[in-house]
Ligand binder design. Structure first.
Ligand SMILES: Cc1ncc(C[n+]2csc(CCOP(=O)(O)OP(=O)(O)O)c2C)c(N)n1
Length: 517
């Protein structure tokens, strides 16, 4: 058995069954091993940032790491932005990077690069397999690291001789460490604050926005009068009827400071203290009011649901029914507005759908009008590096298929500028026949940056506008999608958009709607 074969056997034995790949010469023995050994679902991505973003989407839906297969330092570098996003989402990924043979590395051949150096800032674990005999053991360690709460990016660098040499040994799965236990002192402290103080916010992040944790948080809020809010961006929020209408901290600094101003105490549940995306002259960087006290109930790697249960018990909080989110909004017509598009989505979203939200400026208000939609999952771009949406939607659909949820529709709400970073992902959706509907929010500009530009008091001249405008030439989304094998159509009213969405929801494969906004 060679090293590459021991890698494939070990990954499969550890429950890693999907690999998002973009191979090169140094990975040919890994490719051959994947070919010979049945069991691994290999999904080709035409750019590494699609592969890494898809692995993120896969984890968010399955809670299981997928592997990647990337080519040398430069292939890894292409995938870094979405590894950054995955790190922020706390997704687990076994990130496999093929590299030069150990004895070839000193010759400094063209593709030789500091892959470990590039991997380190996005990874919780990095190792270069030094020989074929170590590959299995290293792979088992990588899976263990990827599965360690809350999920981590484990980068295994695989020199080509470690792949092709004989002496590979399959390693047994390593035990996944239990999340650090709930801190009884933190629970008592939170209970004391909730009993004694007014103006308390339970601030939810990570798995604390999943359904079970929501129900417990609601019991606490209903008993104590504390308010609930989530981080501005969340990896996967369970929403819709029967779930809480949770609001997020706004993106805009003034708006965020305003909504947090009443709170003298923030109890953090898998969340980190809220800060601005950026600093602005004369504005605060931290959103909580000055002097507000922060209490950590759980760090991101701890189990939010157990901690909230312990807090419910400590307080003796009785069961509380989740409030009714009101009637489902009606489908809207006419020229698109963010509110009316959100209502149309809420009216039409199939139960169990997964919304991937890279709507950037247009989607700021989408949450408000979608609380009463059928139960669904909502995935956001957590790390701010745009170009996540199409890969996330792709990986989420593959993940759903892997866990028997292949009929669930993915709806990607996708700003046009961001879509262009990883547009190749549409091709993977077509090839894999994935049930993804992409709505391109086509404003033909970097609208958010125009807003930021105006906000600094500057008036955009020709040079600035040329850097913020995507027209001239206009991008032909329908032709682009069709050329990748994805059916597509244009809409400039919400009636047409609704009809196209309904049509797309009835078919098994991908569909793209260019919505002129
Ligand atoms: C990887 C990366 N590159 C650049 C940026 C800076 N950036 C933030 S938003 C944006 C434009 C977004 O335009 P679009 O996706 O069309 O959304 P809109 O602003 O029109 O809503 C850019 C370039 C970023 N956040 N991440």
């Amino acid at each position: 058995m060679n090293g590459a074969e021991s890698l494939v056997h070990t990954l499969l034995g550890c429950g890693v069954e999907t690999c998002f790949t973009n191979p090169g010469t140094s990975e040919m023995h890994f490719v051959a091993a994947l070919d010979r050994i049945p069991g691994m679902r290999c999904v080709l991505a035409l750019q590494e940032n699609v592969a890494t973003g898809a692995a993120d989407g896969y984890y968010r839906m399955t809670g299981k790491p997928a592997a990647t297969l990337l080519h040398c330092g430069p292939g890894l570098a292409n995938g870094l932005a979405n590894l950054h996003n995955a790190r922020r989402a706390r997704s687990g990924i076994v990130n496999v990077v093929g590299d030069q043979a150990t004895y070839h590395r000193p010759l400094d051949a063209p593709l030789t690069a500091d892959a470990e150096g590039w991997a380190r800032p996005v990874s919780t674990w990095v190792r270069t397999a030094q020989s074929a005999g170590n590959v299995g053991r290293d792979a088992a360690s990588a899976v263990q690291a990827a599965r360690t709460a809350p999920g981590g990016i484990a980068t295994l660098i695989l020199p080509s001789d470690a792949s092709w040499n004989d002496g590979g040994a399959i390693a047994e799965p390593l035990p996944v460490p239990k999340p650090p236990p709930v801190d009884a002192h933190a629970v008592r402290q939170a209970a004391r604050v909730l009993r004694q103080q007014k103006n308390v916010l339970l601030f939810l992040g990570g798995a604390a926005v999943h359904e079970g944790a929501q129900r417990l948080a609601w019991r606490i809020a209903a008993m104590t009068g504390a308010k609930l809010m989530t981080e501005g961006s969340n990896a996967r929020t369970q929403r819709g009827r029967g779930r809480l209408p949770l609001e997020r901290v706004p993106y805009n600094v003034d708006a965020a400071v305003k909504v947090l101003a009443p709170f003298e105490h923030l109890i953090l549940v898998n969340a980190v203290p809220p800060v601005g995306f950026f600093a602005y002259p004369g504005k605060p960087s931290q959103f909580a009011r000055p002097g507000a006290e922060l209490h950590v109930l759980t760090r991101p790697e701890q189990d939010a649901e157990s901690a909230l249960q312990a807090l419910v018990d400590e307080l003796g909080a009785p069961p509380a029914a989740i409030p009714n989110n009101g009637p489902k909004p009606a489908r809207a017509g006419g020229a698109p507005t963010p509110e009316n598009l959100a209502s149309t989505i809420a009216a039409m979203l199939p139960e169990g759908a997964v919304v991937v939200d890279e709507s950037v400026s247009y989607g700021r208000g989408f949450f408000k009008n979608t609380h009463a939609a059928a139960p669904h999952d909502w995935l956001q771009i957590v790390g701010g590096a745009i170009g996540a949406g199409i890969p996330l939607a792709t990986g989420a659909a593959i993940g759903l298929r892997a866990i028997g949820g292949g009929a669930r529709r993915v709806l990607a709400l996708q700003a046009d500028g961001s879509a262009m970073y990883t547009v190749q992902g549409l091709w993977t959706q077509a090839r894999e026949k994935l049930p993804v509907t992409t709505v391109i929010l086509s404003n033909r500009k970097y609208q958010i940056l125009i807003g930021e530009y105006l906000a600094v008091g500057a008036n955009p001249g020709r040079t600035a506008l040329d850097m913020l405008d995507l027209g001239n030439p206009d991008i032909g989304w329908v032709r682009l999608a069709e050329s990748f094998g994805v059916e597509a159509a244009e809409a400039d009213t919400l009636e047409t958009c609704g009809e196209l969405m309904a049509r797309s929801f009835r078919r098994p494969g991908p569909f793209l709607i260019e919505l002129a906004i």
